[in-house]
Each structure stands twice: as structure tokens, then as C-alpha cells.
Write a protein that binds this ligand. Structure first.
Ligand code: S3P
Length: 449
């Protein structure tokens, strides 16, 4: 299985110090939301710094299929002429969201309260992921869904003609589910209330407020209570997308692991609901410095400097932090392999339903590279080897960009190279990963080049 037909086997060889500046791409979560909220506004939304990775490009195509005018001007600059809340047209083709769980789940929410029908599909990874977590709450609005067994794509949604607002307690910590319900609530008359027991990334709430929706967030004993007034007229915005902390994680972790490294990653989004990895790395003894803290488009950002950190120690990562670093566990487990002692990661069941089962994929690859890993349904432990990790394995990336990149980072610091059977999924979130890492000093090769 490959992202684009032909697999791209890749190898990362142990390398000398990584040095320089890493301009990582725009934030994936904010990029998806810019396109979708732009499409739900009346008038022209202008976006700079949009991530032009496959996932986001698929969302752009989908917004066109629902009737918005979406134009790429080059260099991350885009404009979206939206159709307004409730203005989605019925697509005349199947909506293919590729590899993107965020894309498909948010778009399902955005169309669920309009009287239109749409069929969604994706790649083999996306078509194996659970959609019931989104279609269950959308059914409360009056939206019907028919899909494959286990609530899998391909799936057809018939939007509610007379939507009713809902009050929904999100049963799993998922910003995608929360966001799908909020986007559906946009076209339901009255108040939609979403309650999350654990805080997850809050870009949808922040951006809805920015687009002029009446939305409030209150912390209560029940959790975060988010209240949205339906049927607003969203106002088009100028959005400057901060750079993605989840992409920054790769050069940052590589710099921490490779002796002599010193890398600056400018303009990184540091929304507290996203920054858990950096706190964890600092607790492990990583040398990270945040320079020039400031705000871009309502999101906190800073320039992050990461240096080689020889005295890493294993820690217990608090389960309460899981949501704020959920996409970063694969690369964290690589750092943990080089630390002194055990890194204990609890409360991470969600990792099993990402682009692949990320605990299984990482545990297999780490073990093949000489690392001891214990695992249970919602936890795993990596036994660190104090910098001396054998490597020398080829790992399946399983259509998962973060698995591929995590093992490429690992191979920069192991005694022997690390390979993945297919690096093509990397383009879903970090299309410039190879040139960027190579420019810093990494030795990445495509085996069939
Ligand atoms: C995302 C939410 C997370 C994350 C994904 C992006 C988002 O998924 O893993 O990469 O943009 O809302 P869940 O909400 O399912 O945890």
C-alpha cells in the first residue's frame, strides 16, 4: 500500500550535527479549518501560510465540490469565496478525503445540517477508521448516514432538512468529533452545546469566534462547555496560519538526538492544547528555548531553538497531557528509546485509531531496532538505551506520515540506518520534509531513486 500508487522506500543514515533554520509548513488543523470556515462565510477569506500537503489539498477540492470558489495563488496564499452557512450545494461526485480523518470528519459536520446528500471515501487507511464517533452525534441533528460495517467509509450522508440543535457530551477526547458537532450546529436554529471532559485542540472554537460566530466556552465541573448560537452570518477573514507544532516535532526531536545539533524552528504555533510534546521533552531534560513569544491570528507562537541533549531521562507522561500531544507520541517514543530509563505513556487509547494503530506500528519498528517496548490497550512503555540504539531495521509505515517521519528521525541517531518501506505518506502533512531535513544535515535517501 502506498499513498500514490508506487511505494517510496526511504532510508535515514546516522548523520553529523543538524544545524540551521527549519521553516516547517503551516498548521494542518488550522489549514483545514481555514478552508471550511472560509467556505461557510459570505465573501472572500484570504489565507497565507496554508499547508499545501495532500490532506489539506483534498479539503480544498471538497470545498469546491460543495460550491465554494477556492483559489490557490502560490506560496501558501489562497482565497476562498464562501457560500455562507447553509449554502452548501450538493456535490455531483464522491468526496475523496484521501488520508485525512480531520478533513472527512469536519466536512461531514459542515454538511450534516444542509438538505443535501454526499458520499465520502478515502484511502485504505481512512476507509478503515471509525466514523460512528461523528455520525452518531450528527444523527441527533437529523442527519442520516449509511456506510460499511463498523461505520467505515465509503459512506453516504443525507443532511437534515430541518435540523434541531443538540447538546452533546463527547465520549472520547477528540477535537474532530467536537468540531464536527460545532460545524453542524452552525446551521441548526438555536443553541448547540458540546461538552468535553478533557480539553482537546481548540482551533475550531477560536476560529469560529474570529469568523464572528456567537460562541462561548465555560470550564465547569462537567468539563469544557461550549455553546454556539446557530445560523450566524460568518464574516470572511484574513488568516495567517502559524507553523505546525506537530511538524516542528520532527526537526526538534532530531536536533535533540543528534550530537552537536542546534536548530531554530521559527513561528511555531504554541497553543497550549497542542504544545504537550515540548513540555514533555523539557521534563526529559531536552535543551529547548522559546524565543520571541508573540501572537499570530489569535494563536500564541514563538521561535523554538532545539539543541543536542545528551542527558535525556525517561519519564511518566501524565495521561491528562495526552490530547495536547496526541500526534507526537510516535516521535516521542523515538526520543524515549535514546533516554536513560523508561518512558511510560498512559491514557493513549486514541493512538490505536489514527492513520494506523500507532502503538503497534511504533512498537514493532522500535523492537526491530533493538528497543524493548511493553504495551497494553491504552498504554505503552519504552525502555531507553542511553543513546546506544542499534537501528538497522526496515519498518512498515502503514500509510501513516508520522510513522514514516518518526523512523527517519530515529535513523539519524542510531548506530545503523533505519528504513521505511514507503515514505510517500509524508506528503500528507510535511511535503518538504526531505529537503528541509537534508538541508539541516540529515542523510535521507530514496532507495529506488
Ligand atoms: C485533529 C485532531 C486530532 C489529531 C488530528 C488533527 C484536528 O484527532 O490526531 O491529526 O485537526 O482536529 P482527534 O480529534 O480524533 O484526536
Amino acid at each position: 500500500m502506498s499513498a500514490h500508487g508506487t511505494p517510496v522506500p526511504m532510508t535515514s543514515r546516522p548523520c553529523g550535527p543538524l544545524k540551521g533554520r527549519a521553516d516547517v509548513p503551516g498548521d494542518k488543523s488550522i489549514s483545514h479549518r481555514s478552508l471550511i470556515l472560509g467556505a461557510l462565510s459570505v465573501g472572500e477569506t484570504r489565507v497565507t501560510g496554508l499547508l499545501e500537503g495532500d490532506d489539506v489539498l483534498d479539503t480544498a477540492k471538497a470545498m469546491r465540490a460543495f460550491g465554494a470558489e477556492v483559489t490557490q495563488h502560490g506560496n501558501g496564499e489562497w482565497t476562498i469565496n464562501g457560500v455562507g452557512v447553509g449554502g452548501f450545494a450538493e456535490p455531483d461526485q464522491v468526496i475523496d478525503c484521501g488520508n485525512s480523518g480531520t478533513g472527512v470528519r469536519l466536512i461531514m459536520g459542515a454538511m450534516a445540517t444542509s438538505p443535501i446528500t454526499a458520499t465520502f471515501t478515502g484511502d485504505a487507511s481512512l476507509n478503515s477508521r471509525p466514523m460512528g464517533r461523528v455520525t452518531d452525534p450528527l444523527a441527533l441533528f437529523g442527519c442520516q448516514a449509511v456506510g460499511r460495517e463498523g461505520g467505515r467509509l465509503p459512506m453516504t450522508l443525507v443532511g437534515a432538512a430541518d435540523p434541531i440543535p443538540v447538546r452533546y457530551v463527547v465520549p472520547v477526547p477528540s477535537a474532530q468529533v467536537k468540531s464536527a458537532v460545532l460545524l453542524a450546529g452552525l446551521n441548526a436554529p438555536g443553541e448547540t452545546v458540546v461538552i468535553e471532559k478533557e480539553a482537546t485542540r481548540d482551533h475550531t472554537e477560536r476560529m469560529l469566534a474570529g469568523f464572528g460566530a456567537d460562541i462561548s466556552v465555560v470550564e465547569t465541573d462537567e468539563g469544557r462547555v461550549i455553546t454556539l448560537q446557530g445560523q450566524p452570518e460568518l464574516q470572511p477573514q484574513d488568516i495567517n496560519v502559524p507553523r505546525d507544532p506537530s511538524s516542528a516535532a520532527f526537526p526538534v526531536c532530531a536536533a535533540i538526538l543528534v550530537p552537536g545539533s542546534d536548530v531554530l524552528v521559527p513561528n511555531i504555533g504554541l497553543n497550549p492544547t497542542r504544545a504537550g510534546l515540548f513540555t514533555t521533552l523539557q521534563e526529559m531534560g531536552a535543551d529547548l528555548v522559546f524565543e520571541n513569544p508573540r501572537e499570530i491570528g489569535g494563536e500564541p507562537v514563538a521561535d523554538l531553538r532545539a539543541r543536542y541533549s545528551p542527558d535525556l531521562k525517561g519519564i511518566a507522561v501524565p495521561p491528562a497531557r495526552a490530547a495536547s500531544m496526541i500526534d507526537e507520541y510516535p516521535v516521542l517514543s523515538v526520543v524515549a528509546a535514546f533516554a536513560d530509563g523508561v518512558t511510560d505513556m498512559q491514557g493513549v487509547k486514541e493512538l490505536r485509531v489514527k492513520e494506523c494503530d500507532r502503538i503497534d506500528a511504533m512498537a514493532k519498528g522500535l523492537r526491530a531496532a533493538g528497543v524493548i517496548v511493553d504495551e497494553g490497550e491504552d498504554w505503552w512503555k519504552v525502555h531507553g538505551l542511553q543513546g546506544q540504539v542499534a537501528g538497522g531495521a526496515t519498518v512498515e509505515s502503514r500509510l501513516d506520515h508520522r510513522i514514516a517521519m518518526a523512523f527517519m528521525v530515529m535513523g539519524m541517531a542510531t548506530q545503523n540506518p533505519m528504513s521505511v518501506d514507503d515514505g510517500s505518506p509524508i506528503t500528507t502533512s510535511f511535503p518538504i520534509f526531505e529537503p528541509l531535513m537534508t538541508e539541516l544535515g540529515a542523510q535521507l535517501v530514496r532507495n529506488n531513486a
